[in-house]
Ligand binder design. Structure first.
Ligand SMILES: Nc1nc2c(c(=O)[nH]1)N=C([C@H](O)[C@@H](O)CO)CN2
Length: 136
């Protein structure tokens, strides 16, 4: 499908404490991750109905991303970012996601270091995800 509208549901500055890092000392602690997510979606149903059941629920996105980051315990930010975006695209009704993931405490003389990735949903006939979460 050609997406002529450009609607975004976003999350900025989600902080998650998780095991993340390549070094042995990092595997024994948690560190803060700061996460920004832009989910390209169609907000027209929610805009018309004023019902959260029709919305891509950013509360549910935050809860899922926090849980997944803590469970995955990745070494590289690249691996974690790709896993999280894959899961979001599979679960939520969105066609493109840009996610940035930063470690604000990893490098002493830097405010933050990290990665940003953009991924699109695989084209399908229905353009619908496997399921749409209505959590929380
Ligand atoms: N491109 C990346 N470089 C580095 C990563 C990473 O996840 N992606 N991770 C580390 C260490 O875990 C670092 O954060 C410890 O200071 C080094 N480089």
């Amino acid at each position: 499908m050609l997406h002529t509208q450009s609607d975004v549901v976003f999350v900025k500055g989600l902080t998650v404490d998780a095991v993340i890092g390549v070094y042995e000392w990092e595997r024994a602690i948690t560190q803060p991750l700061q996460i920004d997510i832009a989910l390209e979606t169609d907000i027209s149903a929610a805009a018309a109905s004023d019902d959260v059941q029709d919305a891509l629920n950013y509360k549910a996105v935050c809860d899922d991303v926090s849980e997944w980051c803590q469970a995955i315990q990745a070494k590289l930010l690249e691996h974690l970012a790709e896993q999280i975006v894959d899961k979001l695209l599979a679960k939520y009704a969105c066609h493109k996601i840009t996610l940035s993931m930063a470690k604000p405490t990893a490098i002493k003389h830097a405010d933050a270091v990290g990665v940003q990735i953009t991924r699109s949903a695989k084209a399908s006939h229905s353009e619908q995800p496997a399921s749409q979460s209505h959590d929380a």
